[in-house]
Design a protein around this ligand. Structure first.
Ligand code: PGA
Length: 223
C-alpha cells in the first residue's frame, strides 16, 4: 500500500460508530416536543451533513412537513438548543471506536505522518466525542462543520489542512465513509479511501467510487 505524509479522517462512521447515541439524542428531543420518535435506520441515513442539518431532517420527518418550513420556523432555535443539550449529554454514552482506530492513529503518528480530522460535525460535539474517546491529542488539526464558512463536500477543509501542514496534495490521503467525503477529496485533488461499514445515506460506498475500499482501518498500515 502507498504511504502518505498527511492523513485526513472523517469522524462519524469512519473512526467512531456514533449512530446509536445520535438516535438517542434525536428521540430525547422529539419526545420533549411531543413529536413521534424516529427509528435507528432512518436517523443513521441523516448523518453526514452535521447535527443541525440532521435535526432539521428529523423535525421535517416527525412533523410530516417540508425541510424548508422547518428551516424557517420560529421554534427551530429553541428546539436546536434542547437538542444540543441532549446530544452533549449523550456524547460518549453509546458510541464506540471501530476496530483498530486508536492503534492505527498511534502507528501513523509514530511514522511521523500528520493527522487531521475533517468532519461536518459541529466543533462542540466533535470536541465532546473526541474527549469521550481520548482521541483529542492524536490529531494535529481539527476542521469541524462550523470551523470554516463551508463544509464538506466543499474542499475548503482539506485545502486548509494541506496549506497548514505544507504537505503536497499527492502526499495526502482522505479516509472517509460517504459520497460527501469522496466528493470533497476529489475536488481537493487528494486520494480517497473509504470504509464500507459507515454511514453513506443508505447507499453502498462502492457507488461513490473511492480509490480503494478498506475493510479495516488496519490496512492503512500495510506496507
Ligand atoms: O455530524 C455529522 O453529520 C457527521 O459528520 P462526519 O461524517 O463528516 O464526521
Amino acid at each position: 500500500m502507498p504511504t502518505f505524509d498527511l492523513y485526513l479522517f472523517d469522524l462519524d462512521g469512519t473512526l467512531v460508530d456514533t449512530a446509536p447515541e445520535v438516535c438517542d439524542a434525536v428521540n430525547d428531543t422529539l419526545r420533549r416536543f411531543d413529536l413521534p420518535e424516529a427509528g435507528q435506520v432512518q436517523v443513521t441515513e441523516w448523518i453526514g451533513h452535521g447535527m443541525q442539518e440532521l435535526l432539521i431532517q428529523a423535525l421535517a420527518h416527525a412533523g410530516q412537513i417540508a425541510v424548508a418550513t422547518v428551516r424557517g420556523s420560529d421554534s427551530l432555535a429553541l428546539i436546536a438548543s434542547e437538542f444540543s443539550r441532549y446530544y452533549l449529554q449523550r456524547c460518549g454514552s453509546r458510541s464506540q471506536l471501530y476496530p483498530h482506530v486508536r492503534e492505527v492513529l498511534l502507528a501513523l503518528r509514530a511514522r511521523n505522518a500528520k493527522l487531521a480530522l475533517v468532519t461536518n460535525k459541529e466543533s462542540r460535539y466533535a470536541a465532546a466525542l473526541l474527549t469521550a474517546h481520548a482521541l483529542t491529542p492524536l490529531f494535529d488539526l481539527q476542521i469541524c462543520g462550523d470551523t470554516l464558512p463551508s463544509r464538506k463536500p466543499d474542499p475548503a477543509g482539506i485545502e486548509h489542512c494541506l496549506s497548514a501542514t505544507q504537505v503536497p496534495r499527492e502526499r495526502a490521503l482522505f479516509v472517509g465513509d460517504s459520497s460527501i467525503d469522496v466528493a470533497a477529496a476529489r475536488q481537493a485533488g487528494v486520494a480517497v479511501w473509504a470504509v464500507p461499514y459507515g454511514y453513506n445515506m443508505g447507499q453502498a460506498i462502492a457507488e461513490s467510487r473511492p480509490d480503494r475500499i478498506l475493510s479495516d482501518l488496519a490496512e492503512l498500515l500495510d506496507e
